[in-house]
Design a protein around this ligand. Structure first.
Ligand code: OSB
Ligand code: MG
Length: 357
């Protein structure tokens, strides 16, 4: 999927987002899920090829033809596969969609969601100049986005935030470093405390909970962990170590909807607010994220923007649109609540495989 604009983070720029879609038949209904693994092992060790391999060689063969009547039992069919959460999540999401269609319920209701619209934020990549960034922010604020996240990295941080803050003193603003710093940068990161940021996302190593705890103790700004929360157990550890005050939940990163819900519930109990992150999904993965964003402990706007922020032609009907008050309506139909434009999916397909019992 060609992005409308390249998206640059501290680990590089994405122009085209490869994606694996999973279509699963359950009785007489079909469900869809999306694998969010990218072109290379930068955000995570998974990439599009490892996900294809794990799905076709291990996950799909373990579920095909099996008779299960709940998402837990479905997940248990392949929980012996270690890691590879993005591959698992795409398959598990497809099951949830089909399962909810079978129950004749919208997904958000089945998982315990409590709202019919979600607050949408926008995540803006690294730009060549501060002026280009400010122009981009201006455009999204005009469109109605109520919260802005910008990507930072060494050399594109304090000065950028300072300039942006001076233009937008009251804008709900947060920054995401995608692990671009180490604890030796603590004094630089401490300077960010001056700018009243909602949170500082994943400043340090992707699997480092200990230094994040030390850094959080030094900062007034809440740390939000993304990459470091790869499982329910990692969330438990981060809470116990006080490594963060906020958690970003992405189903792809944690292995699907069930794990996302467990982390949500754990955080609710621990008094840690959460929000739902994004991986530049098409409308299919986005629909799953929207359902998760209706859960009660989602306390911040999510990285769930409108379809037209990413793609000229999304894969679902209706596409996700932003209302003028910065919210996205939650689809009410059964399952993920959007129709898949299969002709369009075919148009973009480069490879497909069909598994039969
Ligand atoms: O760290 O949140 C991130 C996109 C790709 C990989 C990692 C991240 C992101 C985003 C984009 O920030 C969020 C979105 O989908 O709009
Ligand atoms: Mg992030």
């Amino acid at each position: 999927m060609r992005l409308k604009q390249p998206f640059e983070t501290s680990f590089g720029a994405t122009h085209d987002r490869p994606c694996i879609l999973v279509k699963l038949r359950y009785g007489d209904v079909e469900g869809w899920g999306e694998v969010v693994a990218g072109e290379g092992p930068w955000y995570s060790y998974e990439d599009i090829e490892t996900a294809w391999h794990i799905l076709t060689q291990f996950l799909v063969p373990s579920v095909i033809g099996k008779n299960v009547d709940s998402p837990d039992k479905f997940y248990a069919l392949f929980s012996h596969v270690r890691g590879h959460n993005m591959a698992k999540a795409g398959l598990e999401e497809a099951f949830w969609d089909a399962y909810c269609k079978f129950l004749k319920q919208p997904l958000y209701k089945v998982i315990g969601g409590e709202r019919d619209k979600i607050e949408s934020g926008v995540s803006i990549g690294i730009k060549n100049t501060i002026n280009a960034l400010i122009k981009t922010v201006e455009k999204y604020v005009e469109e109605g986005y109520k919260r802005v996240k910008i990507k930072i990295k060494p050399g594109w941080d304090v000065e950028v935030v300072k300039k942006l803050r001076s233009e937008y003193p009251d804008l709900p603003l947060q920054v995401d470093a995608n692990s671009a710093y180490t604890f030796s940068d603590a004094s630089k990161l401490k300077e960010l405390d001056k700018f009243n940021l909602l949170m500082l996302e994943q400043p340090l190593g992707y699997d480092d909970l200990v230094d994040h705890a030390s850094l959080q103790e030094m900062l007034k700004t809440p740390i939000c962990l993304d990459e470091s929360i790869g499982s329910v157990d990692a969330a438990r550890a981060a809470i116990a170590l006080k490594s963060c005050r906020v958690i970003n939940i992405k189903p792809g990163r944690v292995g699907g909807i069930l794990a996302s819900k467990r982390i949500h519930d754990l955080c609710l109990e621990a008094g840690i607010p959460v929000w739902i992150g994004g991986m530049l999904e098409t409308g299919i993965g986005r629909a799953h994220n929207v359902a998760l964003a209706t859960l009660p402990n989602v306390k911040f706007p999510c990285d769930i923007s409108a379809s037209d922020r990413y793609y000229d032609e999304d894969l679902v009907e209706p596409p996700f649109t932003l209302k003028s008050d910065g919210v996205i309506a939650v689809p009410k139909k059964h399952g993920i609540g959007v129709d898949i434009l299969e002709d369009r999916v075919r148009k973009f397909t480069v490879k497909s495989i069909k598994a039969k019992a």
